[in-house]
Design a binder for this molecule. Structure first.
Ligand code: PLP
Length: 438
């Protein structure tokens, strides 16, 4: 069946203006390395690693072969009271990559599931330790933790919440950390704003620590427009959580796997170890859906106290630790290590930063934020917000560049295999578009 014979109404695309899209579809048909091919056969430079996930570049042979081999050998294995060797191997590899005593991995299929898994574990942890009154979950404004009910409850994007009723009870939110008045055009972490973590003390004073189970934040908020944490902020948050017996959850669905340059996770990069770390996306290089919650020893141990015949945690998914996903994860972690991709991201980050900030004086630009191989370019909104950034995204695609936009912010997060001339190309295309744009 050709595209023209297909009933386009059959497919409802998520987070998409479907009627606008159908009038002018953007279709990807194949991918290799840094490039997609669209339906006209044109190369499209991937400026956002698919959706922040293809950190090693597209269709990497080792990963593709591992998935192909596994599906032919073990198409499926249940993870409830059963397992397969690749599941143990993938968990061991991931635990070794995670910092501190984050040693215990529960797999799921997405970042949203990883977030909800972590929140459930936090609630159950306190209950099992006799602190069942700790039921409050604290998120942050402009946080994104996926689309499950837990994730949107602690998430801080009103557009993702307002249609769906009252959500989880007892949730509160820290203020976000974007302060363009003091920090606009910061390179790397902004200097001002560590004190915003002290807002957690205010929330504790209001609700009492005995009612609070966990705080969940992205070390760097990605989906809401690249908000690197102010210097010292994450450490302060850690101290306050520890002081009050509150679990700290880092959502590293975007920041994981070298995206920020250097270590695998932001936790290690910034020297702050959470009690639970969630990840997805780059875990399998985007090839097979997979997410994970990685628990510290003390969290895991709390679940290992009951009778040995009792199920520790009534939670999990049919596709938990799917063989194809485990094979993809192992081959992905091998690829990252063999090609030193996290170190590569670190080494390229200065060049990337200079290229991003070269647009400082381009029309409409009101802020540029960056860390590792991530940059956000914030544009002054028109009367109708988001239309300017959408137009940049649209025009870029037609010039052979895939970007992301959120609100009036353009996000750039290329695969870590990017070359310098491709970095130049990304920012020169964006610059040209901004100069042409009303
Ligand atoms: N958490 C963060 C920080 C994310 O950026 C995302 C997705 O972008 C998610 C969770 C949700 O992941 P998924 O779309 O795989 O459910």
């Amino acid at each position: 069946m050709t595209l023209h014979e297909t009933n386009h109404d059959a497919l409802w695309l998520p987070f998409t203006a479907n009627r606008q899209f159908r009038a002018n579809p953007r279709m990807l048909v194949s991918a290799n390395g840094m490039y997609y091919k669209d339906q006209t056969g044109r190369d499209v430079l991937d400026g956002c690693a698919g959706l922040w996930c293809v950190n090693a570049g597209h269709c990497r042979p080792k990963i593709v072969e591992a998935v192909q081999k596994t599906v032919a050998e073990l198409d499926f294995a249940p993870a409830f009271q059963m397992a397969h060797p690749l599941a143990f191997e993938a968990a061991d590899r991931l635990a070794k990559l995670a910092p501190g005593d984050l040693n215990h991995v529960l797999f799921c299929n997405s970042g949203s599931e990883a977030g909800d898994t972590a929140l459930k574990i936090a609630l159950a942890y306190h209950r099992l330790r006799g602190e069942g009154a700790r039921t409050r979950l604290i998120g942050r404004e402009r946080g994104y933790h996926g689309v499950g009910f837990g994730g949107i409850s602690v998430g801080g994007i009103s557009g993702n919440r307002k249609l769906y009723g009252s959500l989880l009870n007892g949730v509160d939110h820290l203020p976000h950390t974007l302060d363009m008045r003091r920090n606009a055009f910061s390179r790397g972490l902004p200097q001002h704003g560590a004190e915003l973590a002290d807002e957690l003390e205010r929330i504790v004073a209001l609700h009492d620590a005995s009612t609070i189970a966990a705080v969940i934040v992205e070390p760097m908020a990605g989906s809401t427009g690249v908000l690197p944490p102010p210097v010292g902020y994450l450490k302060r948050l850690r101290e306050i959580c520890t002081k009050h017996g509150i679990l700290l959850i880092f959502d590293e669905v975007i920041t994981g796997f070298g995206r920020l340059g250097g270590p695998a996770f932001a936790a290690e990069k910034y020297g702050v170890t959470p009690d639970i770390l969630t990840c997805a996306k780059g875990l399998t290089n985007g090839t097979v859906p997979m997410g994970a919650a990685i628990m510290a020893d003390h969290v895991f141990e709390a679940f290992m106290q009951g009778p040995e015949t009792a199920i520790d945690l009534p939670h999990g998914y049919t596709y938990t630790a799917h063989p194809m996903a485990c094979a993809a994860a192992i081959a992905t972690l091998d690829t990252y290590a063999d090609e030193h991709l996290f170190e590569r991201a670190e080494a390229l980050s200065g060049y990337f930063e200079d290229a991003a900030h070269s647009l400082k004086n381009a029309p409409h630009v009101v802020d540029i934020r960056n860390v590792g191989l991530v940059a956000g370019i914030e544009l002054a909104p028109r009367n109708t917000p988001t239309t300017r950034a959408y137009e940049v995204f649209e025009r870029a695609f037609h010039k052979g560049l895939l970007l992301r936009y959120t609100g009036d912010i353009i996000a750039i997060s290329p695969p870590l295999i990017i070359e310098k001339n491709e970095i130049d190309r990304i920012f020169s295309i964006i610059g040209d578009i901004l100069h042409d744009l009303a």
